[in-house]
Ligand binder design. Sequence first.
Ligand code: 23J
Ligand code: MN
Length: 260
Amino acid sequence: MNTQDLLGNLVGALASGHLKVIDLTQTLSTEFPTLELPPQFGQCEPLRVEKVSEYDDRGPMWYWNNFSCNEHTGTHFDAPIHWVTGKDLANNSVDTLPVQELVGPAIVIDCSAEAAANPDFLLDVAHLEAWEAANGRIDEGAWVLMRTDWSKHAQSSRYKNMDETGQHTPGPTPEAVKFLVGRGIRGFGTETIGTDAGQAHSMDPPYPAHHFLHGAGRYGLQCLTNLDRLPTRGAVIICPPLKLERGSGSPLRVLALVAA
Ligand code: 23J
Ligand code: MN
């Protein structure tokens, strides 16, 4: 195989528009909603921004800000070290994970109709088997993206959909996550605040997507958007988190390459 041709074809397809780049990232603002855990636990900080200068006395020719947030604020990546099940794996933090795995194929499981009808919708094994019957086997090394169109609620209270019992947002069943890990997927991405459903704290095990994905050294992506613009299969995503020392995750830009 001639590497120069491969990269030349890629550059040519990008330049000609035969390959489109789609942004799967939500704008990270100080208003962007963050995860709310039960009150006995530590909480996720939203983005904070403090201006240093804007072409003024503090910096006459430059504009810049200091910012801070949680590793899990906004559209973000989850590394295996985030969960106790992945704590002893090799290369389990964002600074050490293999970068080859940060560019790869993505498939989309469309749950948008089900999630619109039921905010507590759970993606189960039967749904995945029906997807495979229609589209072929889920590839080893694929990112599996759960489309719910929940990203469209990011500006409203429906994004978290809180009531006295917590968040009500869609996610996978424990069995569905085990099935996907068995297929050898690289990671699981959602349009909601977690890879887990809003009510996943009361599942067995609690937070099964985090439990099984990270225990198997697989990754998570959360708060994605524009999944309705991706094909069912055939997209390639690029999702490198920040290289934070021993980081459990990080906000990032997620891009998809799609044949036009
Ligand atoms: C910590 C505890 C529970 C959850 C999460 C974090 C996340 O969703 C996250 O952002 O990783 S469910
Ligand atoms: Mn996270």
